[in-house]
Design a binder for this molecule. Sequence first.
Ligand code: NDP
Ligand code: MG
Length: 385
Amino acid sequence: MRYISILGSTGSIGTQTLDVVRRDSEFKVLALAAYSNIELLKKQAEEFKPRLVCVYDRKKAEELSEIFKADGTDCTVVSGPEGLSEAATVEGADLTVVAVVGMIGIAPTIAAINAGKDIALANKETLVCAGHIIMPLIKEKGVRLLPVDSEHSAIFQCLAGEEHESVSKLILTASGGPFRGYTKEMLKNVKLEDALKHPNWSMGKKITIDSASMVNKGLEVMEAHWLFDVNYEDIEVLVQPESIIHSMVLFKDGALKAQLGVPDMRIPIEYALYAPRRVFISEDSMPDLSAIKCINLMKPDTEVFEGLKLGIEAGMTGGSMPTVYNAANEEAVALFLDGSIGFTDITEAIKGAMKAHSLKFEPCLEEILEAETEARNYVKGRFNI
Ligand code: NDP
Ligand code: MG
């Protein structure tokens, strides 16, 4: 039996993780966490019977607690940041799946590692902002960090059985998003509904916007740097519009390994849960090679998609700069989603926040949160909000 906790269980990654878990009686879910979607959490609790659920929003948590009392459901309801960490560290769990969106993932991930849990990490913001804290802690506690992000899962699979010294370069692939081929001028006029139409992947709103701006790839370059201990100079990004090659590793002898597959997040989720074992998911996750007519690869246009360039710059600068990049983006994407700012304002806001920031080296958690507040305030101030 394997016991797990899932943070962000009502989201895109969370529900797909439950799809994988549902098929296998080897798994027992001990805790679930979400922000406020108690309708879905209630259904999930009925089906998976966790011992504990966290609803971050306190009012909604009270509501769910009353519902559970009324219908006799035996499940503790907790809330807020301390509740999220409680769900991350629930007693008896071997693995914590971190699939919440945003920097809120940092503290529960640290708590789970400290409690000796293996981590299946979808939440890239955590490594971007706190990779220098997370990676040594993973080593110290002797737990496993299993990537869920498809590119990082691909690299993880390519590296199986290889020595770190043999790696020459990581090649992260990107779809290029819905605006691939656009000019700067064309980007200025794009609408929210266009940005939300990802050509290949169905994901949560925030990461879908990040994919359209290519900020997602900036975050992923930093994520790869921390996960695989590779210098920024040795991480390349290539656009692969069909999203068939999920990423590649170039070795010192010139051998190139790639992981290919249909764009289905259940495959990297499954690998994070079972690695190095593999299990059948469904006929839909099987690639039809004869239907794939060609695979294109091209360099990204970082003049148009400045979000990627700024991400690499933030990573190379290090210290608190990746937090500023990430927090300014989180704030700006929220404003874009509610219609307050335009699409290209997102990268402009990131650029401005990075310029205004006084760098801190090796920031502790408190300093990371300070840099976050500063960047968020900068973005709000910039747009008078
Ligand atoms: P979604 O927006 O679909 O889901 C986010 C989840 O996090 C929801 O369950 C939400 O709850 C929960 N949540 C948000 N804030 C809190 C909080 N403060 N406390 C507890 N729970 C919270 O996001 P995705 O599933 O798309 O993405 C999750 C993470 O995985 C992101 O970091 C993303 O970058 C990464 N990722 C996602 C991929 C994808 O295919 N979707 C691919 C690779 C990485 P509620 O529903 O109540 O709001
Ligand atoms: Mg990805």
